[in-house]
Ligand binder design. Sequence first.
Ligand SMILES: *Cc1c(COP(=O)(O)O)cnc(C)c1O
Length: 450
Amino acid sequence: MPEPLLRPGAELLTPRRLLELDRQHVWHPYAPMPGRRDPLVVASASGVRLRLAEPAHGTSELVDGMSSWWAALHGYNHPVLNEAARAQLDRMSHVMFGGLTHEPAVRLAARLVEITPEGLEHVFLADSGSVSVEVAVKMCLQYWRSSGRPEKRRLLTWRGGYHGDTWTPMSVCDPDGGMHSLWSGVLPEQVFADAPPPGFDAEPDPVYEAHLRELVERHAHEVAAVIVEPVVQNAGGMRFHSPGYLRLLRRLCDEHDVLLVFDEIATGFGRTGALFAADHADVTPDVLCLGKALTGGYLTMAAALCTPRVADGISRGEVPVLAHGPTFMGNPLAAAVACASVDLLLGQDWQAEVKRIETGLRNGLAEAAGVPGVRDVRVLGAIGVVQLDAPLDAAGMAAATEAAVREGVWLRPFGDLVYTMPPFVTDDEDLALICRAVRAAAEAAGGKRA
Ligand SMILES: *Cc1c(COP(=O)(O)O)cnc(C)c1O
């Protein structure tokens, strides 16, 4: 008989054994198998701190500068969210959503309708951000099919975007960053505009606006929807753009019978200084995707919200249903925590907190502009970005990460970016520490650029 990997009843794995098993069996994000570098082992987390199972580079606690990929806006192990999860766990952690409903999902949907831009009234609860993008796209394509225009099935977006890792989202990710060349002939070919000119405060560029207009006009007959991340392009390069382009897209879509989808999976729930990035432009999309911070980083859940126009169009069609129904749709545990997270956020002066973090990041990162190899430093809301003048290779990324860890901070630099989007509960002292770590990471990267 082969030796069991884990003896039944074995006590906690030692960090060393855990890493051995990890290396042999566990596939990590964006990594080969086996991974080339050992991940850090986190034993627990609370507030803004990750506690390591074993000290790394002289530290056993790291201040989290990443909010676990935009999600943990209230920090970890929050008593209010813990209590919401516990209370729901005692009722039921899950029941199917076909033919059944329950208070956490209904309460969450109603709450999302209340706080998102006016006009979005129907909510499809999905189980991850990528799936909510799939659902949003399915809604748009089906809307046009139901309206007798099945030829409208392509998507239009701008370069530099990121919309998730399943197939349809991949097809609208930046063609270079999303490795479209690897998948040519496999991914549906979408219509790409140039990346929007940078700068949240920059006046919209008339030349770029004409480019968008021309592209929408030329492809409107075959395009079902324009899909973009409003105001901040996140994993595709951490770039900010003028809300003016969103107003233009809304006008163009209305004029040319194209639907507009905003992917606010990263920007939703206050991150950019407005509750939703669409609020900066005062624009309502036809479909809105939410995820990441929806449950305060506790559980996986996302949502696609749409207007009555989209819902009616689908429901009046030849096939009058949206044929989508994830097994864990509307998961009560996630929905209950999401409700608690939204209440927790809106029950405080969250704008003041985000403003405070914005100021802290501006002050703390200003000096990074002088670091050799740094091309740009930019801050919007609770997002701080240091862009290098060349992308990091694997060794550069490891050096930058290690430099941050030495400062006692968790960052995950990628491409030409060292960036942070800390939990909103990060206090000024920890924020200053994060800024120091970003600078240290940029300095360490400086010598090790590809
Ligand atoms: C993270 C992200 C997604 C994908 O969400 P997952 O939950 O990882 O599937 C989609 N769009 C944007 C803008 C994101 O930041």
